[in-house]
Design a protein around this ligand. Sequence first.
Ligand SMILES: Nc1ncnc2c1ncn2[C@@H]1O[C@H](COP(=O)(O)OP(=O)(O)OP(=O)(O)O)[C@@H](O)[C@H]1O
Ligand SMILES: [Mg+2]
Length: 330
Amino acid sequence: MIEAVNLTKYYPPPIKSLFDLKSLKDFLKTPREEIPALVDISFKVKEGEIYGLLGPNGAGKTTLCKIANGLVIPTRGHLYIAGYDSIQDHDKIRGRIFTIFGGSRDLFGLFQWRVSVEKNLRFIAELWGIPKAEAERRITHALELLNLEEKRHEWYQKLSAGMRQKVYLVLPLIIQPEVLILDEPTVYLDVFTRREVWNAIMELSREVGTTVLLTTHNLKEAEILCDRILLFNKSKIAEGTPKELIEKVQALKAERKIIAKIKGRINPKDFEGIAQKIEIQGNGESMYIQLYFKNEDLKEILSRLSQYNVVDTQNSQVTLEEVFTHLCKR
Ligand SMILES: Nc1ncnc2c1ncn2[C@@H]1O[C@H](COP(=O)(O)OP(=O)(O)OP(=O)(O)O)[C@@H](O)[C@H]1O
Ligand SMILES: [Mg+2]
């Protein structure tokens, strides 16, 4: 449904202020380097898939979303949506794709401030050509799903900033686009609202079959929502399911971590030769031992720990956050 082929974008170099220039010669002589935003990015997203674009600030995520909307022209390469080139065939794409930028609180000015949420939604549904009865059904369902029923008759103006953002996220549920592009959709939302939005995105993908391209800095969000993830910083770093990415890093670091609370004293020598790193804390009645080891040594570690009076253990897996920091380290 979405395919990027060697997508590359270099922004033009910033122009020096005339006041900073000593002479015209100085201006002509200064090399003006272009700013790379995307370099040879290729990926394919299947219909109904939720595909995450992850990368540090300035990685090129928003640039990619803008290319999908025809707002930025790539220097090289193509982005195809439903087989159409996002720039050359923009007219054919416009009705198939819906985008929310930067947790938009109505970037495009779609909402009337002194009009109720319901009337705004009806108006936008009409703009998208959704039959009246179907629009009513979708509006009711979307407001229920996002816990916004009591705001139905409220003026848009009277909503808090976060609520406005949430109302904006009702739109994909009403429009039900073939492709939904979400650039940091939950950036300003509280933890409860965020979960409601995750449910809505999942429902769109699973039940309507909407293909979702999502950028986020919330790694929990990526882990929960995304079927696959592209990790990149201008150019590609890694691609895979959240589980695959985690396993990749586990294999790289060959590390797993266990924290055990033990009654009595611990002799670190008991773990030498098997644990890669041993950290011990406390010296009173109970002590904490933190052991880093290879996956295959789990059994042996547990057996050595069993000689002690273990009160509690915490066996932690590598998280997507560790993957991110490990693979994106600058
Ligand atoms: N209009 C522009 N003109 C010049 N350079 C730009 C422009 N827009 C973005 N850039 C540069 O392109 C690079 C990628 O920016 P982009 O906004 O795509 O990153 P991002 O991954 O969305 O970052 P963030 O996580 O901060 O939102 C950055 O170096 C940025 O400074
Ligand atoms: Mg961005």
